[in-house]
Design a protein around this ligand. Structure first.
Ligand SMILES: [Zn+2]
Length: 100
């Protein structure tokens, strides 16, 4: 089952906007970014679709870390959990469809 990439994601009482940026990797050196002050998640639009999905999962976990974990979870843990969730969604046949 393909589901459309979300335009926003709720985290606690907040609503994080999800956007793509073709220059993110060049300007920030990252393929994903979670700006908690602006409640915005940005994904490198040049990443391949499966990477966009794991980047999104990682950045949603960054927002969850900020909102619920007092910003105290290490980066490797977030990477591991996001890959695990990605595999779980794939095993259910759930795939995120990215516009570009
Ligand atoms: Zn991170």
């Amino acid at each position: 089952m393909k589901i459309k990439a979300p335009k926003s994601v709720p985290v606690g009482g907040h609503n994080y906007k999800v956007e793509q940026d073709p220059s993110l990797a060049l300007t920030k050196g990252n393929r994903g970014q979670c700006d908690n002050a602006k409640e915005t998640i940005t994904i490198d639009s040049n990443a391949i679709p499966s990477h966009k999905t794991t980047i999104l999962l990682h950045e949603v976990l960054e927002a969850i870390k900020f909102v619920w974990f007092d910003n105290d979870l290490d980066h490797h843990t977030l990477d591991t959990i996001s890959e695990g969730i990605f595999q779980f969604l794939g095993s259910l046949g759930i795939e995120i469809e990215w516009d570009d």
